[in-house]
Design a protein around this ligand. Structure first.
Ligand SMILES: [Ca+2]
Length: 370
């Protein structure tokens, strides 16, 4: 697929934009983590160093001045960055009208190999998962689901040089993307966070590897989130999301807590439609942002299951395509998403992603409890 950029979509600024952009965005993102999750070692594909890029070097000089880096840390490393054309290609939007397929997407994540790896991860880290659950109120199954979809429990953390990926996306973001300018600005701020982080860690920026979007480690955190939500959960005095599963577990839990996870609330309810009364356009209008009371949802032609009918908070109609019906695709999948479903889309802004995380996490949990 043409990978959507939302693997990276985790900054506070973007969080504020989400409410107004949700309907646009939901049509857009897909499979972004599928890409990061499946990224194997890729050959370097560069097309020039940023030492010759005026805008990039001007940014580096300005950052050195602003940060008070007398050793010209930013200039030194931006000079060493190389443009990566594969990163640009992966960030290009899918052609419009490309049918999506939830069943196919789901099968990439909820499959025997990942379930076994998830079970093994849970067995190994049960005590830490429990600690995170009680400290942050975020259930173990959700943490296991996220780390499993993101990186297959650390097996696929990405092999792109983070410095190259972020510099490339900051200065060569594909212009055909509908929000290219915003996205480039986002990656520029992530590049700055990354240079700061590398300096703090006394690690050369060229040494870090991650996804094509610059996401790092078991939980695929963007550099700014590493600083904001990273937790030293094994007590060694530093946050290491690349090598410490405990730090990854604590950090995912803290992230979900920060983005509104409500302890004990279900993520979604099953539903069916009453075709005679169905007002699908009205139900689709808020996209995945929960806005309808169960009663309003039912007045628009939805029949909720019993738990959904009793749910005290707002709901959203979550709609997932299953391929092109005219090409043998199956009917769409619908569920009623709660604010907890929405919270998972703050990790990666895709309802396909969120439901895959839920189904993987729950499936591993049932293996664990068996
Ligand atoms: Ca640590």
């Amino acid at each position: 697929m043409r990978v959507a950029p939302f693997v990276a979509f985790r900054s506070t600024i973007h969080r504020l934009l989400i409410a107004c952009l949700t309907s646009l965005a939901v049509a857009w993102p897909l499979l972004s983590n599928a890409q990061s999750a499946s990224s194997k070692v890729r050959p370097a594909e560069s097309a020039g160093r940023f030492a010759q890029h005026d805008q990039a070097m001007a940014f580096a000089r300005e950052l050195d001045a602003r940060a008070g880096w007398e050793d010209q840390w930013a200039q030194r490393w931006i000079q060493a960055a190389e443009r990566n054309n594969q990163v640009i290609r992966l960030m290009r939007p899918a052609p419009t009208g490309t049918p999506r397929n939830w069943m196919v997407y789901r099968d990439r994540f909820v499959e025997p190999r990942r379930l076994q790896a998830g079970l093994s991860f849970w067995q190994t880290h049960d005590a830490v998962l429990r600690r995170a659950e009680s400290e942050f109120g975020v259930p173990a199954w959700l943490i296991v689901g996220i780390i499993g979809v993101e990186t297959l429990y650390g097996q696929h953390t990405g092999s792109f040089r983070v410095l190259d990926a972020l510099t490339t996306l900051a200065f060569h973001f594909p212009p055909e993307h509908p929000r290219a300018e915003q996205r480039a600005a986002f990656f520029l701020s992530e590049l700055e966070a990354f240079l700061r982080k590398s300096r703090d860690a006394a690690t050369p920026p060229t040494q870090w590897r991650g996804s094509f979007a610059g996401a790092i480690g078991l939980p695929q955190f963007m550099p700014s989130n590493w600083g904001l939500y990273g937790v030293d959960y094994d007590g060694d005095g530093r946050v290491d999301l690349l090598n410490s599963p405990a730090d990854a577990i604590g950090s995912v839990a803290r992230y979900m807590q920060a983005f509104g996870w409500q302890t004990g609330m279900p993520t979604h309810f099953t539903l069916r439609f009453e075709p005679d009364r169905l007002q699908l356009d009205a139900l689709r209008a808020p996209s995945i942002l929960p806005t309808f009371t169960p009663a309003v949802m039912e007045s628009l032609g939805v029949v909720l299951d019993e738990a959904g009918r009793q749910h005290p908070g707002p709901l959203a109609l979550v709609e997932l395509e299953n391929g092109d019906p005219s090409q043998g695709g199956r009917p769409r999948t619908y569920v009623a998403g709660t604010t907890n479903f929405y919270a998972i889309t703050r990790y990666n802004q895709s309802s396909y992603y969120a439901l895959a995380v839920i189904e993987l996490g729950r499936a591993v949990e049932s293996l664990w409890r068996r």
